[in-house]
Write a protein that binds this ligand. Structure first.
Ligand code: ADP
Ligand code: MG
Length: 565
């Protein structure tokens, strides 16, 4: 080995390594899933690049991942013939954490191991998870297309430093040698490894191979042929199989693979479409929101395949922003293999697939809400805020999205958002024609709003809105199921038939009687208010301010003011 150097891990890597080793210890076997997953990604990447340059496949086109172990040396080796890495790649990929937001992620950690281990699960720890079971890891890698002398050897004990050296390697790809900790001998046991590969990597389309087991009585018999490599997983992309043949656990495993989320998916929708368009989609709803969901640039969960060849990650053209939490796979038979992001942007096939996928997602959520209301509620608590962006972004599906919304209302009086508009409509009073809401900075203020007095008196339910996005949302949601949705704090509040004739007359009469007083107040506040009226809105409070029918709502105005408008 030549050209040796010793480098230090980025600070974040040190923190992450420490945290991971402690918090994932009870679930340590996941390291194998991560490493096989990387090896399979590496094969996918090379297969894709070779579409343009087949000289990259000089060492052969039969992709595979090989796992072997040595009980005596207590080592585990995972080798792939994928894309490989250069010295520079290795420094960037295995010495730093390229993922943006990692620093934010680390800031979110509480120090409570239990909570943190859930967080780290969401983050997807990848390569570094090998240090949960190994006290030293050697990586040998040669990039496809470079010469044998340009191989690189990376080595680390996971404690702050790693070394690099040039080595000669006979063929492309990456080999990891894990020097297992003294108490982790189970991972050098081939039977145990086989069962883990079956459990975690069955759905991966690249074959995962191990040496066939020699019967015990032949083990020392040198005349018997050397053991052969055999496939351990079924090596068939899960989504190409028939729905009825796939077990829930298999769906969950694919979810873990594509999402780098250790948690489960709540539900999924797997569909094969044939005819004018020809594609398969498998879409998942995660259980937990990723820590960076609010970074609208970051979170995109769809992977694109063309004829089972992986093309790219994070395809944003298939789903609108308000569904950015959905994870999954789209495998198209119509797109060209050399499709690029630019082509995706202008391709009409993509537009049609997008329309269909949005419908699938909304139907899947609707079904969840109907069949498993508790699970839907948990979903809403995680992702409701994002879904609220829907009506403004996707007018065509406004009604469907509105059906999925959940609100706090005066019906329960609680701040939990758990009432649907349909449930509200079912509870509407005789003669009530509209859906009413009040908007405020927080739940308490909304609940105590003087505007609610008349509604309370008449027993009419009002939606209590206090999320930042709510007023924006209501601006796009003028009606639902043929019922107008109105802000109780706006101008002439028309209670329709809920008001009796007498009440209406009494109101007019009061306005007449107090004309002089109203004029005087109006003159006094002429710079502050537009009009002063008698009202039936209030039962206990002496006065309240309302907003004109066409003016910006109070909450919206505060947001605009805060933004310096
Ligand atoms: P992730 O897979 O989420 O990107 P990892 O920590 O698992 O995170 O891996 C970091 C990076 O290291 C990968 O993105 C990839 O570029 C590189 N890498 C890891 N394993 C391999 C491998 N077997 N072959 C080629 N590159 C690899
Ligand atoms: Mg990975």
């Amino acid at each position: 080995e030549t050209n040796q150097e010793s480098l230090s891990f980025q600070t974040e890597v040190k923190q992450l390594l420490h945290l991971m080793i402690h918090s994932l210890y009870s679930n340590k076997e996941i390291f194998l899933r991560e490493l096989v997953s990387n090896a399979s990604d590496a094969c996918d990447k090379l297969r894709f690049q070779a579409l343009k340059d087949d000289s990259l496949l000089a060492d052969g086109a039969d992709f595979r991942v090989r796992i072997s172990s040595d009980k005596e040396a207590n080592t585990l080796t995972i080798e792939d013939n994928g894309i490989g890495m250069t010295r520079e790649d290795v420094i960037n990929n295995l010495g730093t954490i390229a993922k943006s937001g990692t620093a934010d992620f680390l800031k979110n950690l509480s120090g409570d191991e239990k909570k943190d281990s859930q967080l780290i699960g969401q983050f997807g720890v990848g390569f570094y998870s090998s240090f949960i079971v190994a006290d030293k890891v050697d990586v040998y890698s040669r990039k496809a297309g470079v010469s044998a002398e340009e191989g690189v050897h990376w080595s680390s004990e996971g404690e702050g430093e790693f070394t690099l050296a040039d080595v000669e390697l006979p063929s492309r790809g990456t080999k990891l040698v894990l020097h297992l900790k003294a108490d982790q001998t189970e991972f050098a046991d081939s039977w145990r490894l086989r069962s883990l590969v079956k459990k975690y990597s069955d759905h991966i389309s690249v074959p995962v191979q191990m040496l066939e087991d020699k019967p015990a009585d032949q083990e020392d018999d040198k005349t018997v042929e050397a053991p052969q490599w055999e496939n351990v997983n079924s090596a068939q992309a899960l989504w190409t199989r028939a729905r009825s043949e796939i077990k829930d656990e298999e769906y969950q495993e694919l979810y873990h693979h594509i999402s780098s989320d250790y948690g489960d998916a709540v539900t999924w929708s797997h569909n094969k479409v044939e005819g004018k368009l020809d594609y398969t989609s498998l879409l998942y709803v995660p259980e937990k929101a990723p820590f960076d969901m609010w970074n609208r640039e970051r979170v995109r969960g769809l992977k694109l395949y063309v004829n089972r060849v992986f093309i790219m990650d994070d395809v944003e053209q298939f789903l609108p922003l308000y569904l950015r939490f959905i994870k999954g796979v789209v495998d198209s038979n119509d797109l060209p293999l050399n499709v690029s992001r630019e082509i995706l942007q202008s391709d009409s096939t993509i537009e049609s697939i997008k329309t269909a996928l949005v419908k699938r997602v909304l139907d899947m959520l609707d079904k969840l809400a109907k069949k498993q209301p508790e699970k839907y509620q948990a979903f809403w608590d995680e992702f409701g805020q994002v879904l609220k962006e829907g009506p403004s972004e996707d007018m065509a599906n406004k009604e469907k999205i509105a059906k999925l919304l959940r609100f706090a209302t005066t019906h329960t009086g609680e701040s939990k958002q758990d009432q649907s508009l349909s449930a509200y409509i079912e509870r509407m009073k005789e003669g009530q024609e509209k859906i009413y809401y009040v908007c405020a900075d927080n739940h308490q203020t909304a609940k105590n709003s003087p505007h609610l007095e008349v509604f309370r008196k008449k027993g009419i339910e009002v939606l209590l809105l206090s999320d930042r996005i709510d007023e924006w949302l209501m601006g796009y949601l003028q009606d639902f199921d043929g019922k107008q949705i109105v802000d109780v704090a706006r101008g002439g509040l028309d209670l329709g038939d809920i008001e009796t004739e007498e009440e209406k007359k009494a109101q007019e009469k009061a306005n007449d009687e107090h004309k002089e007083l109203l004029e005087r107040i109006k003159a006094e506040f002429k710079d502050e208010v537009e009009d002063v009226r008698m009202t039936h809105r209030l039962v206990e409070s002496p006065a309240c301010i309302v907003v004109g029918d066409n003016d910006m709502g109070a909450q919206m105005r505060r947001i605009m003011e805060a933004a310096g408008q």
